[in-house]
Structures are given as C-alpha cells and as structure tokens.
Design a protein around this ligand. Sequence first.
Ligand code: FES
Length: 151
Amino acid sequence: MMLRHQETDMNEWITICAIDEIPVLGARRVARAQGLDVAVFRTASGEVFALLDRCPHKGGPLSQGLVFGSSVACPLHNWTIALATGEAAAPDEGCTPRFAVRLEGSAVQLRADELAGHALAQTRPVAGPVGLGRCGSAASSCSPSPSSVAA
Ligand code: FES
C-alpha cells in the first residue's frame, strides 16, 4: 500500500487509506521506508488498531491472521495477539510493537514519526535455530502510544 500523501512534519498524522479499504475482521499492510511493515486491523465493531506486522513468536505476518473480537490469531502457529497492546495471550509470552492510529472521518491515519522511527530494530526472522524462539524481552519494545480510536 502506498501512502496517500507525505507530510514533512514528523508530528503529523498521515492518511494511509479509507476505513472501507480495510476488510472487516482483516488488515492492510503499510510499507515503510525503513523497518518492517505496519499492519492496520479493522474489527467488526469498526475499531482500528496498528501493530508491527511481525508476530512475537517467530515473526509470522500478523496482517494475514484472523481478526476476532479485539485480537488477531497469527497465521503460522495460532498465537493470539491483543490488538490494543500487542501482547500475546497466556500461556504464550511476548509482545509486538504497536503504533498509534486514528480515524479522521473515514480516513485511517498513522503518525509520521512512528512510521519513520518506531521499532526499526525488529527484523525478519532468520531461518534455522538462530533468531528463533520466544521473544520474552520484546515487551520493552512495545510502544506506549494509544493504538486505537473507535470509528
Ligand atoms: S509465528 Fe506467530 S504464532 Fe508462531
């Protein structure tokens, strides 16, 4: 997905799409110039959430998971990730970084500063035993930003 327009002020919100362009109980990916994609989710009640498109387990693409309630099930091993916090449901442990997202009318917006600089250290998983395993330390990388605005 290409951004609709680029703001020069890093504190600005950037429109990424219209709410109707995100399937209900689905997601859209937003590519960034650096770092992994951001997955923007839409719930049945019209809320939107944004997380790094990387499962805290082994890096699965959360944007391809099944949204239910206010969670997403990772398509690889079915971990449940809370959309509001990015945290895995117990007994699993781990957290994926979240991004601030809001609705301005029907426009879904993300913050320019977060798109440019948040969670850049998170990388794609490496095949084989190196880089695999639970990401118990990932909780510290979760954004403190609010991640949802009701429609
Ligand atoms: S990579 Fe998501 S549950 Fe394993």
